[in-house]
Write a protein that binds this ligand. Sequence first.
Ligand code: FES
Length: 162
Amino acid sequence: MNLKPETLTRIDEVITHYPEKRSGTLPLLHLIQEDVGYISDEAIEWIAAKLELQPINVYEVVTFYPMFRRKPIGRRHIRVCRTLSCALMGGYKTCSKFEQEFNTHRGEVSPDGEVTIEFVECLASCGTAPVVMVDDELHENVDEAKAKEIADQIKAEAAKRG
Ligand code: FES
């Protein structure tokens, strides 16, 4: 497993919080997904070894919770809120605009590898719906026009990177 040193440090620290090592399964999955973007078979085996479990014990947790991804994502992660306020204010149209701009569908990596677009539940900014997160950055009042602006910016940054 190729994890960042800070992730490894946090993992070792988190395990100490639990009297039973297996209780660390969920936090470890979150930390690894945060670091590498998804949960691979290798990650499942690695966590199992770390917590002295069988891989099936970790696999069951991964498949139970929908927030864990089993496939790599694009370089940028676009998350569109689909909960009530955002849905009423046009979140579905916002999401479709991103899909159109990047020629992809929700949950897939765009053909250029640049983005993965997903729906998420409430991002706790309902007063400025529709709301979108691009990586760790919150964007508010994202109608279709603003989605296009954000998409253009992501494309410009990708072009600069080459
Ligand atoms: S409903 Fe979208 S931020 Fe709360």
